[in-house]
Design a protein around this ligand. Structure first.
Ligand code: SF4
Length: 309
């Protein structure tokens, strides 16, 4: 019996903005898997990490090509597909562009992996046709990053981002509202705004910290952060606190930034979007309008949005 797959492997998670992209799996799960606020891959059933072989991935691309011969946008996953190795990544990206009319190739990437590639490695990624990376910045605050075991520092983010920009690869940052908890939210937000002002990413995508228990439909373990919450070392932010975080972040962003802001996740309490240099005041006004609602209406809204992946 043949071992050759007749359907391509699917990804566990993809960015919402890649909903129309072909999804190609280079790695399974997250090799790092230590961030306290995350634990998502184990929770969603992918507790271990592995890399796929180049022939396996090329075979998936052939299968995808049969179904979507005119695909122009492609996304590589899972959490850090560069773990497959630079040469393998390049071979796959080049093959993809040979067989499909790809205009945009994007991937998740951990800052530390990009940072280890250094400037010349990132240049190779651009030459292989990578157009954009989705990076979990989470916070620009060194203490918050350390507490959550993110495995990256603001300095690494700044260096990796500058190499990406020089190589012409777009940068999409994800920031987690609530990550500083109730005690450190201002530091988390102020340092994050400062790092964004310095690095000028192409996109800033906002999320709210999701604290999931072990009883969701996915059946995996609870969020690792619950250990800290029970120990009293992390006090979760209030719903309204995350809205105030969003407001402070936007307020502190440099009004000349060309960065596009998107609250493109359904767990955000207030959804604003726009380019900072053009739409900052409008976005702040929308948040203020929400905050001016009667308290019972705001509470009902927080309840209705709830928490979701
Ligand atoms: S946030 Fe990213 S790097 Fe951290 S454990 Fe989750 S998937 Fe892995």
């Amino acid at each position: 019996m043949s071992n050759i797959r007749e359907v391509p492997e699917t990804l566990i998670i993809r960015p919402p903005s890649e909903y129309r992209s072909l999804l190609v799996r280079l790695t399974r799960g997250c090799k790092w898997n230590r961030c306290r606020f995350c634990g998502l891959y184990p929770h969603l059933g992918q507790a271990t990490f592995s890399t796929r072989t180049v022939p396996e991935v090329k075979h998936d691309i052939d299968l995808l090509k049969e179904r979507h011969p005119r695909a122009e946008n492609v996304f590589f996953g899972d959490a850090d597909p560069l773990q497959i190795g630079l040469e393998a990544f390049m071979e796959i990206a080049q093959y993809l562009r040979q067989v499909l009319p790809v205009k945009r190739l994007t991937a998740y990437a951990r800052t530390s992996t990009l940072w280890k590639l250094k400037k010349h490695g990132i240049l190779h990624l651009a030459q292989a046709g990578l157009n954009r990376v989705h990076i979990g910045l989470e916070s620009g605050d060194a203490q918050t990053l350390n507490f959550h075991r993110k495995g990256q520092s603001p300095r690494m983010v700044k260096e990796a981002t500058s190499w990406l920009r020089e190589a012409g690869i777009e940068v999409s940052f994800y920031v987690l509202l609530g990550l500083g908890g109730r005690d450190h939210w201002q530091r988390h937000i102020l340092e994050t705004a400062s790092l964004i002002n310095e690095t000028e990413p192409d996109f800033l995508r906002l999320r709210r910290l999701w604290l999931y228990k072990g009883d969701t439909v996915f059946g995996g373990p609870e969020s690792p952060l619950f250990q800290e919450i029970r120990a009293g070392t992390f006090i979760p932010q209030t719903p309204e606190g995350t809205v105030l975080e969003l407001r402070l972040l936007l307020e502190k962003l440099d009004s000349k930034l060309a960065t596009f802001v998107a609250c493109d996740h359904q767990n955000n309490y207030v959804n604003v979007s726009g380019r900072v240099k053009d739409d900052k005041e409008e976005m702040l006004a929308a948040i203020d309008e929400f905050l001016a609602l009667p308290e019972k209406d705001r509470a009902a809204h927080y309840e209705a949005v709830g928490s979701r992946i």
